[in-house]
Design a protein around this ligand. Structure first.
Ligand code: KE4
Length: 427
């Protein structure tokens, strides 16, 4: 595979940007190679600056459930930009997107639109702290909610002790406000509440974890979080930034009929443009300025072009209802992968939720952070590089998920399985 242009541009990129990228995972460090420079996306394909074509299973880390350059989204963006790029003022597009979100999520009576998932999650936690008058939050090992200080905390030594920073620059004073529990382990949550329940403002959780590879919630785990937060007067925040409008035209909360107090959204609701959102019950959301005393703001929040892209995306999803078809296509792909794993008796496992899946290089079961750490990341890197050479663009990290879109084809699936068979036979 020719990568001369990518290599040349990456050298230049490193002159002006730390690591040559604007988000760490894109640097391909964990798969032991330099990143490709992407020139174009069309449908289910990516094209790099050297003209190589790839079947894309990253889909911009989730937003592109309708694939690249969907005609109705491109048309909506072009129409919006013809009227201007940003007003810094109220505009009808904000109402359109907010309405679509509130109609899709019964738990969301009001929503605030922001520019990223990080902004949404950090604002939801600030709101929960204000609403409850408490400071501590519980998050889970292996779950990611963006790069705000409160979240860049890993488990302390005794796990239930408050966390320790995962990143330089996070003051120690911040870490004692974040308690890290074990995903899928209700007992660890109950112990945390027994120790400090009256101080806990909120529990924030990815209802389906997608940042340690894909890990599904065990039956009863999420309902257990709902019950214990209600018991102690803490808020339950579902981070549906990945799962929102991905698992259905709603979220995991819709499928499981669980009613979180706050929900964070992102990715798909922007249709590929920068949009995040947090929302919930009106009596909580009315604490947000200018109505209430919790400050949160953003120059480009509600940007008209992003609103147009997001609303066009949700309208297509509502009309098309692509979910059964995408899930069926994903099932074909994962069934094929499973049969390859069985044929070669590989020490691999595969977790799937709807149109998301992860192939892990470790034996099952993989249902929490501790178990996914068993993965052979060198094998994953080898698999990634071989599949890239063959024309399949996978997430450049074992701890991300693959996404299938509404425009992936039977041919894409067949080609992926053909190359995966060759590749896994050589691992
Ligand atoms: P952003 O700030 O990156 O828009 O969203 C943060 C975020 C919040 N919550 C969840 C569940 C998320 O998955 C994310 C961001 N996801 C990562 C990939 N898993 C984004 C990719 C990147 O960091 O470059």
């Amino acid at each position: 595979m020719e990568t001369k242009q990518s290599e040349r541009l990456f050298i230049e990129a490193q002159k002006y940007m730390p690591g040559g990228v604007n988000s760490p995972v894109r640097a391909f460090k964990s798969v032991g190679m330099h990143p490709l420079m992407i020139a174009k996306g069309m449908g289910s394909k990516l094209y790099d600056v050297d003209g190589n074509e790839f079947i894309d299973y990253v889909c911009s880390w989730g937003p592109l459930i309708l694939g690249h350059s969907h005609p109705e989204i491109v048309e909506a963006i072009c129409a919006a930009v013809a009227s201007g790029t940003s007003f810094g003022a109220c505009s009808p597009g904000e109402i359109q997107l907010s309405k679509l979100i509130c109609e899709a999520f019964p738990s969301i009576e009001q929503v605030r639109l922001v520019n990223s998932g990080t902004e949404a999650a950090m604002s939801a936690v600030r709101l929960a702290r204000a609403f409850t008058g408490r400071d501590k939050i519980i998050k889970f090992e292996g779950c990611y909610h963006g790069h705000a200080d409160s979240f860049l905390i890993k488990a302390g030594s005794g796990l239930l002790t408050t966390g320790v920073p995962t990143s330089s620059g996070v003051p120690r004073s911040f870490t004692n406000q974040t308690v890290v529990c074990k995903y899928n382990d209700l007992e660890s949550v109950k112990k945390a509440f027994m120790l400090m329940g009256p101080d806990i403002a909120a529990v924030i959780v990815e209802p389906v974890a997608a940042n340690m590879g894909l890990v599904n919630p065990k039956p009863g785990f999420l309902q257990g979080l709902r019950d214990i937060t209600r018991l102690y007067g803490s808020l339950l925040i579902f981070d549906e930034i990945i799962t929102g409008f991905r698992v259905c035209y709603g979220g995991v909360q819709t499928q499981l009929d669980i009613d979180p107090d706050l929900t964070t959204l992102g990715k798909i609701i922007g249709g590929g443009l920068p949009v995040g959102a947090y929302g919930g019950k009106k009596n909580i959301m009315e604490r947000i300025a200018p109505q209430g005393d919790v400050y949160q703001a953003g120059t480009l929040s509600g940007n008209p072009i992003a609103m147009a892209a997001g609303a066009a995306t949700l309208n297509v999803l509502k009309e098309l209802d692509p979910y059964p078809g995408i899930e069926e296509l994903t099932n074909q792909l994962t069934a094929g992968i499973r049969s390859i794993i069985d044929t070669y008796e590989l020490e691999c496992s595969l977790n799937q939720c709807g149109s998301m899946f992860s192939l892990f290089f470790a034996a099952p079961p993989l249902n929490d952070y501790e178990s996914v750490l068993r993965c052979d990341t060198d094998k994953y890197a080898n698999y990634f590089r071989q599949m890239l050479q063959a024309g399949v663009y996978l997430p450049p990290s074992q701890f991300e998920v693959c996404f299938v879109s509404a425009v992936h084809s039977q041919q894409d699936i067949a080609k992926t399985l053909e190359w995966l068979d060759i590749c896994l036979n050589n691992i």
